[in-house]
Write a protein that binds this ligand. Structure first.
Ligand code: URA
Length: 475
């Protein structure tokens, strides 16, 4: 009997090398007892007989065997070897889906794929105190299978700009100073909570839409065993319990109430002349003049024009699309759900929002009234162009060193180029007046993405775009 014991880190490479040696020596599957390190048998108790020479495997076997090795019970190791041996006489074996071993291997590969997907979606980082003045994040996760090695690259690609550690009961994956290390150590679930976690829970409660509640689909996508490591799930039972009441309240509530002094403000502004072409470009004057803007029909239904805000000499200007429902009432940009998403990503990317001048390409909220609700509508090219008058003056007055376009409308307004956003995201372009312009996605786009995986991916993209800002400003 041969009893190879594979290391916990580097398992696949060790399995592959060992399996090839055994298969070349024509050792039958039943004569090999595979296991991970910790057993007492040495790798080759019995001498290896004659070498059979080169092995033949189809390309797809590499992927399949990689998926089988992390299977927790050890069955995957045995099965992968059994297939390797049989492939020598039956090269087309893997296309025979009716073969019981092939079918079992495919089922295991699917389970591993599912486990990877859950880990991609459900790892939640917490910020940990650090003595070196650097921000560090840590996460605890309990995968069903031994997927720490195959999953590590995903997190390096996604969070390559931060230092982080993911701890599982058996392995610690560490990415510090752009170096990845995996260590086989036993760990216990930590008790931890941080302000970021509370922020995320609050944010999750805010974006939770009771009208879209489908508890069964939710349970299928986010099985309960993952809940205890996801801070926002603490809020779920109460959100589900209150969903019906909240929905009724939403239906009964009127449209978002305009600010109490809207009518008075509008009347006053109606009597004010529109600023001329050579109007002063000082920000405070701009704010006053903007209130009287009638450059396009959007001023009619909106509560008020929403000016930009931030330091008048900010080095960074961030441009969104247009105020949303809550911004229209509050008179301030990015204070609603998109603003909260932006604040969270900015914090994660170590970007200080209060040091930036934050504004929108279009200054009035464009919406359609549906029953009692005001639904966002995208501004058209004419409205963007009419409002560019204000944006150009904000640019001239603030004179930022770097501009960030969040979303297609801002990008169009700032460059005059309406080509698609997704291909341009992450790029450095120029505004029409020649300033460096970083292109990223709009936070509302992230909120609209239906599945957690694509949302996580898009959030990581924005996070990585935002984390480039300080370097770009330094340069
Ligand atoms: N979306 C934007 O583009 N701007 C805001 O101010 C709010 C939501």
């Amino acid at each position: 009997m041969y009893a190879p014991r594979l290391p916990r880190i580097g398992t696949y490479a060790a399995w592959r090398e060992t399996a090839r040696r055994l298969a070349r020596a024509e050792i039958p599957t039943a004569a090999v007892d595979w296991g991970l390190e910790g057993g007492d048998a040495s790798m080759f108790d019995a001498p290896l007989p004659v070498n059979r020479g080169d092995l033949r495997v189809p390309k797809s076997f590499a992927d399949l065997s990689r998926s089988l090795i992390p299977e927790r019970s050890g069955r995957g190791l045995t099965l992968a070897y059994a297939l390797l041996v049989r492939l020598q006489d039956t090269p087309k074996l893997l296309s025979n889906r009716a073969d019981p071993q092939v079918a079992e291997a495919r089922d295991i590969a699917k389970a591993i794929h599912r486990d990877l997907h859950k880990m991609h979606a459900f790892v939640r980082f917490r910020e940990v105190p650090d003595t070196e003045g650097k921000r560090r994040f840590t996460a605890w996760f309990e995968p069903t299978h031994r997927i720490e090695e195959p999953v590590a690259d995903f997190f390096v690609n996604r969070f390559g700009d931060m230092d982080w550690t993911i701890v599982t009961p058996e392995v610690t994956i560490r990415y510090h100073g752009r170096t990845l290390t995996l260590e086989a150590v036993d760990s216990l679930r930590p008790e931890a909570s941080d302000p970021l976690e509370q922020l995320w829970t609050t944010y999750y409660s805010n974006i939770f839409n009771p009208a879209r509640l489908k508890p069964d689909a939710m349970r299928a996508e986010m099985p309960k065993k993952y809940w205890r490591n996801m801070p926002e799930t603490a809020a779920i039972p109460a959100l589900i319990a209150n969903a019906r009441t909240r929905m009724t309240a939403m239906q009964e509530a009127g449209a978002t109430a305009p600010a109490p002094n809207t009518a008075r403000r509008k009347e006053k502004n109606a009597n004010r002349p529109m600023p001329g072409l050579f109007a002063p470009a000082h920000l405070s004057d701009l704010g006053r003049d903007l209130a009287a803007c009638t450059r396009c029909p959007l001023h009619g239904p909106a509560t008020q024009a929403v000016p930009g805000e931030g330091p008048a000499d900010a080095a960074l200007m961030i441009v969104g699309e247009q105020p949303g429902d809550q911004e229209d009432v509050a008179g301030r940009p990015f204070v609603g759900p998109a603003g909260q998403m932006f604040d969270r990503l900015a914090a994660e990317a170590k970007l200080d929002r209060s040091a930036a001048y934050v504004t929108n390409a279009v200054k009035h909220f464009k919406f359609t009234q549906r029953g009692k609700r005001r639904l966002h509508q995208r501004p058209d090219a004419g409205e963007i162009s009419a409002c560019r008058w204000w944006l150009d003056r904000e640019l001239a007055s603030v004179d930022p060193e770097l501009v960030v376009a969040m979303g297609a409308t801002a990008l169009h307004a700032l460059t005059g180029d309406g080509r698609g956003l997704l291909k341009r995201r992450g790029g450095l372009e120029q505004t029409r007046d020649g300033r460096p312009l970083l292109v990223t996605l709009h936070p509302s786009y992230l909120l609209r993405l239906p599945d957690p995986e694509s949302r996580d991916r898009a959030m990581a993209d924005v996070r990585s775009d935002l984390s480039r800002i300080s370097e770009l400003l330094d340069n």
